[in-house]
Design a protein around this ligand. Sequence first.
Ligand code: HAX
Length: 422
Amino acid sequence: MGMLQDKFAAKLPQWREEKATVLKGLGEQKISEVTVAQAFGGMRGVKGMICDTSLVEPDTGLIIRGYPILDLTDKIPEEIFFLLLTGELPTKEELKDLQSEYGKRAKTPDYVWKVLEAMPKDSHPMAMLNTAILVMERESQFRKRYDEGMTKEEYWKPVLEDSLTLLAVLPEVAAGVYRLRYDKGKRIPYDPKLDWGANYAHMLGSDDENFYKAMRLYLTLHCDHEGGNVSAFSCHTVGSALSDAYYSVSAGLNGLAGPLHGLANQECLGWVLEVIEKFKGVPSEKQLEDFAWETLNGGKVIPGYGHAVLRCPDPRFVAFIKFGQQYCMNDDVFKVVDRVYKVVPEVLKKHGKAKNPWPNVDAGSGSILYHFGLKEFPYYTVLFSLSRTMGLCSQLIINRALGTPITRPKSVSTQWVKENIK
Ligand code: HAX
């Protein structure tokens, strides 16, 4: 077992005991009530599950295991995965150990490439990524051990095994999807000297040190967003049926591929490029304001703005803006993003519909990637997926370790509401 597994195993008894104590003392208390509007409205705001990896507060945004995300921007993604899973940042030795775990496992099976090469040329990169994850299901240690008959107490161990393998190969798979889908030439092999984020940048095709930095930041910022968002909840639900990590993560990432969730970053950059094309460069604030109204009056949303939970500028967006101000200030696309931030919140406030007029993470991320030459924006959700897999896997492992049962909320019919709610 590696040091990550050891740390997790050491934490587990206290977490199991904590859960038992909370359930014993507070099990019958209410934490939420559900209105008819919430039942019809995507269960928004209903507190109905537990997630300890991260918390999203409306007025502060993402907090990972007690650390506000803006305090973690100097960390690398491997440290973040360790933190999500164990609640502690790794020591230098633990970090090295995790990196060597990844190194040992970073070998994509050949059949994955054959399947991807057989897909139609115009397949969406997210469909390719998810197909790759699903075909790798045959590697699952969880399914093998389950078929052999392991005890419930042991479930988390092969889920962690599967998660480490998945995280180790995903940069190679994702970079392979990019190079295949966009005719970038031969795949670039994994470099054992590089960390997870830099390796991904390297395999995509750039060895610019600043691109390495951008990639580490990107992969850190998108790692998790508590338990109820579409991708986390889908992954959690599928995993609760004891489907293995390949099935569960793929389910979660299929949700991430939706335009109201992870795909928004592709839409967002599209909107910014439309602005630049229309105004033949960076528009004035007034021109931008008019264009924002044009979008809204056309019945469309302004991508990258609004959020189901947040009621403040997303700190992940703030981190990208800070990075962009340091590394991309001469870039027109970044300048527009910066300017949109000055204009659009006021427009949305006047428009009066969106509960949150502030930018979310997707409003900033694309411009940074674009700056470094990653211009195929339908690909952006793949990057998001790589990062989010850390959160999805952490939540899966913890839930199997704590014996969380199968998800099964109760639905009611419209007729039932009419007859029973007075
Ligand atoms: N532009 C225009 N209208 C918006 C808006 C925006 N950016 N955000 C919300 N609204 C509208 C909604 O469409 C809704 O209108 P209707 O009543 O006519 O249906 C109304 O304001 C109330 O919506 P809300 O309660 O504020 O927002 P929701 O919780 O329903 O939805 C969304 C949250 C993020 C889906 C929404 O704000 C949106 O569509 N934003 C644009 C797309 C986007 O940026 N998505 C990425 C979200 C971050 C993420 O998950 N990334 O993975």
